[in-house]
Structures are given as C-alpha cells and as structure tokens.
Design a binder for this molecule. Structure first.
Ligand SMILES: [Zn+2]
Ligand SMILES: [Zn+2]
Length: 280
C-alpha cells in the first residue's frame, strides 16, 4: 500500500504566525500517513523595509530564521525513518528581493520556493486584505500577477514555483482568456530551469481546485517543466492532505515523474500508480 513514493514539500510552521502545531506533530503525521519525504517550507522573513504592518503574522521574523533552519536540521536527525528537506517560501517583492536572496544564501536549503502573494503593498490571497481586488479590479489583478510573476521567474534565483495560479483562490476569473499567460510563464519556467508545485491547498479554498488548473498544467507539461507536490499545510492535520489527488491530477496532465530535492538540485522519481484515499 505504501510503495508509492508520497512527498509533501510545502509545510509551514507556527514560527510564521498563522500556522499551528509543533513541528514534531507535522513530522509524526507524515510518518503515520506513509509519506516518504517532507519539506518544511515556511515563509521567509519579509524584507525589513517593506512597509507592511504586522509582518510577523505572515512570515518568520528575521531573528527566528536561524532557529527555524536549525530545528529542521535537528528533526532530520531525530526522525531517520522519513526524509526531511529544508525549504522556504520566498515572497517576490520587487525592489526588496535582493535582501531576501542574500539572507537565504547563508543556509543549506534544499530548495527555494518562489511565491507571489503581494501586488504593491497588500496580499491578493488574504481574506482581510481585499483592497487590492477593489482598487485594481479582477482583470488587472490577474494581469499584474502574471506579469510580475514573469519578472520574478526571470531573476533565475528560484527552484520551485508555488501555487502558480493563486489569483483564482476566491473563485474570481478575469474577462480575458489566461492561455497566453500560461504559455508565457511556462516558457520562462523552462528557460530558468524551474519546477512547478502541484499544490492541494486550492481544494480547501472557495475555488475548490488544485493549483495549477489542468489546462495550465498541460501547457507546463508541453513545455517540459517538471513538477513537485505540496499540501501547503498550516496545521499538522493538513500534512499530506489530498496528495494522492495531486498525483492523479499530474498524471491526467500527462506527467509520469516528479522532482525530489536536495541542496538546490533535483532528481526525478516516477509518480507510479496512485491508490486513491491513501492520504486524505
Ligand atoms: Zn502561510
Ligand atoms: Zn503561498
């Protein structure tokens, strides 16, 4: 039953102020659910001069970042029965990104995950900050998101793209087709040797769909962009959440392999045969 190589590369921790549970509980849940490999991938500190109030509610404070790294490395030793990788999720914030990239180079990360939550001063995916949707309107949010994401990918500094079509989270859609953006992003990812995360968190949100959509994933496959898997767990009970469905989603887009990370490099592992409801 557990010969399938199940991974979850997107686990948060309470250090970033909006997730819950001890890191040990995340690991023990993963072991219990039969996962072979997990990656802690908490929110890297938001840049010091970025004018967002209450940063500690969205990211690990700078002062606690070294202890986050140390804790993951300690857990790796304490639980040899599961592979534990060190990652972090980096918000792309134009004009401030160098600060974050300089910081993460001091630590032995297995992968750096790029995400775009902020357009201007506010996150597009936070229920308490809907200003950006009201101010810009749906079309402009989608357009700016994909254009800014293209800039971030073109930096060539990241390994994995998190939740690639995040603006769909609340079920909003633009008035124009997204296909040209999917194609542009896919070719940029390919050119910058990046991998895309198939992320099950969308199934817990109003949109009720895995990130990325199947049509986006098919274009990524056509462009030979590799994938990996994550639940975006913000509590121990979300570890490995519906990862089996993500494997099926990937297979239905034509994928047969996924990326396993180590020290900023990856190898490909077969997806194999998914027995539904192994993990839920
Ligand atoms: Zn989070
Ligand atoms: Zn995210």
């Amino acid at each position: 039953m557990f010969d399938l190589y199940l991974v979850d590369y997107h686990l948060h921790t309470s250090l970033s102020g909006h997730a819950e549970g001890d890191m040990e509980e995340y690991v023990e849940t993963a072991i219990r659910k039969g996962l072979k490999e997990i990656g802690f991938c908490d929110h890297a500190p938001l840049p010091e001069k970025f004018p967002f109030p209450n940063k500690e509610s969205l990211s690990i404070p700078l002062s606690k970042f070294p202890s986050y790294v140390k804790k993951v490395l300690d857990l790796r030793k304490a639980y040899p029965e599961i592979k534990i990788k060190l990652g972090c999720e980096i918000d792309y914030i134009p004009n401030y990104i160098e600060e974050t990239l300089t910081l993460v180079k001091n630590f032995p990360f297995d992968y750096l995950m790029l995400s775009l939550h902020f357009l201007g001063k506010y996150p597009i995916d936070h229920p308490h900050f809907q200003e950006v949707w009201e101010k810009l309107g749906k079309d402009k949010v989608f357009q700016s998101y994909f254009e800014t994401l293209g800039d971030a990918i073109s930096l060539g500094e990241f390994d994995v793209l998190a939740h690639p079509d995040l603006p769909k989270k609340f079920g909003y859609q633009p008035s124009f087709p997204l296909l040209p953006f999917y194609k542009k992003i896919s070719s940029l990812l390919k050119n910058n040797e990046m991998v895309v995360e198939v992320n099950t968190a969308g199934l817990r949100k109003p949109v009720g769909e895995i990130y990325p959509s199947l049509s986006f994933l098919q274009i990524l496959k056509e462009n030979q962009v590799p994938i990996t898997f994550g639940s975006d767990a913000h509590s121990p009970k979300e570890v490995g959440w519906k990862i089996g469905e993500a494997y099926e989603w990937a297979k239905s887009a034509g994928y047969s392999e996924f990326a396993i990370w180590e020290r900023r490099g990856y190898s490909l592992h077969p997806i194999g045969c998914v027995f539904k409801k192994i993990v839920s």
